[in-house]
Design a protein around this ligand. Structure first.
Ligand SMILES: [Zn+2]
Length: 100
């Protein structure tokens, strides 16, 4: 662990499961989620071009993002499911009920 970075990184500290692993594999970086599995040997996360919104920092964007990943139903139905999912994610962060 090196700690040479100066200046605060804007992160809410969110960790989640957006990348499909069984352990928390996404971390919030300035409101965007980066894949914790993609880093160099120094532990610096690769910034992938994909804009994956953090559900804590950018709730509305995260709902849209999740809605876009669901395959079934109309967009309206998917939005509804996505809203419930993001609400669960946020709620679980408050209660400490992982994983989700
Ligand atoms: Zn965040």
């Amino acid at each position: 662990m090196t700690d040479q970075t100066s200046g605060e990184v804007t992160s809410c500290g969110y960790q989640g499961y957006e990348f499909g692993a069984r352990y928390p594999d996404s971390v919030c970086y300035e409101g965007r989620l980066l894949d914790a599995d993609h880093c160099d040997s120094e532990g610096n996360l690769y910034d992938q071009d994909e804009d994956i919104p953090c559900p804590m920092c950018r709730r509305a964007d995260a709902v849209k993002w999740h809605a876009g990943r669901f395959n079934d139903g109309t967009y309206k139905e998917r939005l509804k499911s996505a809203r419930a999912l993001v609400a669960d994610i946020i709620n679980n962060r408050k209660t400490g009920r992982f994983p989700l």
